[in-house]
Design a protein around this ligand. Structure first.
Ligand SMILES: [Zn+2]
Length: 336
């Protein structure tokens, strides 16, 4: 009797779970198939990109991965082919799953909020997103408007064969902007000019702090949790006392066994990055204008100073309460 009750309970739970799952995922196959029709693409088309925040958001407290799994099956887009990309969002944000066609820049954005599905078709071609008028009304014109900057810039960087590690940086940062671009260029500069020798490790001191920090985490694996990225904001008053022009932080190279290392103060010229596009160009288009320069970091990044580090200085550069510019002697005299 007890066994039977147990089974009845188990079956009831199973049925309710299955119904729940079914109700939850109903709609995505039709929506994705419809989007593929709208875009005139078929499964496995290398011209097709799926860009989504599904790995990060939750819908009514549940994972959205089942939707992603179905979209992968229908589109043939995969991480391995480089045409399935993600962008991080807070868990309570709406799920977005965009299908984007490289050849004409057309897109369909599928959104899922707590209780409804929505599909919006629009052009995110380079021409469309380069027009200032597009950005003036996009937030009112589309329900997915708040995510369209993220979607448009990432999709067009992908369409223009942007480097994969740049797109991976964008996944973490959840958008591509001139600030993230500067971090990517600095990472490339570091790898080119300061390759690690055996036994050495990098630590980046982010000071001042801006969007660039998220590129270091992806390209250099310098993460705060592994003490590879120390984040120290500079106030306006402090920034005025730094003697480095266009200060962008420090790279520390440390050999734990030898207990010796090197500090590098880095500069980044935003003026040079801005000069690549006209002043009225929308942000998404300025990102694209920088693409062909991503392998020329030396045009924007420079070494302002290099200095030797002993163990005491190395620790001082990183510890709370210490100003790394003072430790490095790159601070105006006569001020505290
Ligand atoms: Zn940013």
């Amino acid at each position: 009797m007890r066994k039977r009750l147990k089974w009845a309970w188990f079956t009831a739970v199973l049925i309710s779970l299955m119904c729940g799952t079914h109700a939850f995922s109903a709609g995505i196959p039709e929506l994705v198939s419809g989007a593929m029709k709208t875009l005139d693409v078929s499964k496995g088309d290398p011209d097709l990109l799926v860009l989504t925040n599904a790995p990060y958001v939750k819908i009514n407290g549940q994972s959205a991965l089942s939707f992603l799994d179905q979209a992968q099956g229908l589109t043939g887009c995969t991480v391995g082919k480089g045409n399935l990309l993600f962008f991080q969002r807070a868990q309570n944000r709406p799920m977005r799953l965009m299908l984007f066609k490289r050849s004409d820049g057309n897109a369909v954005i599928i959104s899922r909020t707590a209780d409804s599905w929505l599909k919006e078709a629009l052009s995110l071609s380079e021409a469309a997103i380069s027009s200032p008028s597009f950005w003036k009304t996009v937030k009112e014109d589309f329900k997915a408007g708040s995510d369209i900057f993220t979607l448009a810039a990432m999709a067009n960087v992908w369409a223009n064969q942007g480097p994969y590690d740049f797109l991976k940086s964008a996944e973490l940062h959840n958008h591509i902007c001139p600030g993230l671009t500067s971090g990517y260029l600095m990472s490339r500069y570091i790898l080119n000019h300061y390759p690690l020798k055996q036994g050495e490790r990098y630590t980046v001191i982010a000071c001042p702090v801006w969007c660039k920090e998220d590129a270091f985490q992806v390209v250099l694996d310098c993460t705060p949790g592994k003490r590879g990225l120390i984040v120290k904001p500079l106030s306006k008053e402090q920034a005025a006392k730094v003697t480095v022009v266009n200060p962008a932080g420090f790279l520390l190279i440390w050999d734990k066994k030898q207990k010796s290392g090197k500090g590098v103060a880095l500069s980044f010229s935003f003026d040079r990055l801005k000069a690549l596009s006209s002043s009225d160009m929308p942000k998404a288009a300025t990102v694209l204008a920088a693409l062909e320069y991503l392998d020329k970091p030396g045009l924007f990044v420079s070494t302002a100073a290099e200095f030797k580090l002993d163990e005491k200085q190395y620790n001082e550069m990183m510890e709370a309460g210490n100003n790394p510019y003072k430790t490095a002697g790159l601070w105006k005299d006569g001020f505290d």
